[in-house]
Write a new protein. Sequence first.
Length: 384
Amino acid sequence: MASIQLIRGMGSFFKTCGDAESRWPRCPHEYTIRYRNAAGRQVEESGFSNSEKAKTRLAEIYQERKYNPHNQRRAERIQKYGPMQFGAYVEEWRKSQRSLGPASLRHLDSLLENHLLPAFASRRMGTFDYKVVDAFIVTMERNGVGLATQSNAFDKLRAILLDAHRLGLYDESPVEGVVPPQYDPKRAVIPSPQQLAGLRLAGDEVFRVVADLMSGCGMRNGEALAVNVNNIVADDVYRITEQVNQTTGAYAPLKHRKEGEYRDVPLPARTKHTIEWYADTYGAVDGYLLRHPRDMSKPMPTYHLQNQWQRLKPDGTFEIPEGMVLYGFRHFFASNCLTHNIPITDVAEWMGHRSIDVTFKIYRHLMPGSISRAAQVLNLDLAA
């Protein structure tokens, strides 16, 4: 198949019928044009009755690509970032993650160092597509990477590639159509009400306060350690305003939140009683209940809880579900809400999840109901 080359960068036109080029003017078959779009990918268009129409169309595309400011900027970005190696791009991208707290940055760096950079450090950014991303997930599965880590690594890779997609490097997002790793709900080991009743009393008074705040209000460990009696804004509402940062040991903004942002959560009567009992018994400093045992000017360190939990596990006095971690108290809160038909949208907000997808992915198996049950409920009014 012969073709006619035009000026450099414009493209070419040809016929696919197999006739010699000398016969094209008399051949009844239509012309096809071939050119590269702003992303550098080869594109073909057909349906041109003569060579002049084909050349006119090529000239239009060339002029539009050459003089359109948007296309020019995109072409410049493709030229700059397309050949750039993933490692260099990520180094530049990470500088823009200014909203992340110290713990989140540490988690990001761990995922980059242990998973993303070993897989992609030298790969050129312009070569990513859905097959590359899908192969990365398959490799993690084969290497026995935990499902939670797989999910986190994929989320970070997706954020990086979507950033490149917004720059115009790809016509279609490289993660479009990729099935993400599925979080294994079995890993969210949840104590029964009877087990919770024993576990909350298994440690010291600090442990009891934290266990009640996590299981009753859905707090994270660090949020429970920052409990403040002044944050009881109503008899049944607690306002979570900060957390004890695991890295710095100091009070810090909430995860995924800016300084001064908060979330209001339900405050069960027993949890409110626990807060008030501890304040009455041990006092408070500026409203804060849990303070460093050797320096009352500092918050309670996060390792205090983990040390107690590690001592409880081999003790055998209290029944701890196989595979449960300290976070299981927070899982209990989600389970308690969802099994009592509280909307998952509310649960996601109270737990401080960035997206309802996170809540759904972890706790979907706890949501009551099925297609058959839905059909029965929907039929009640239809049959009335």
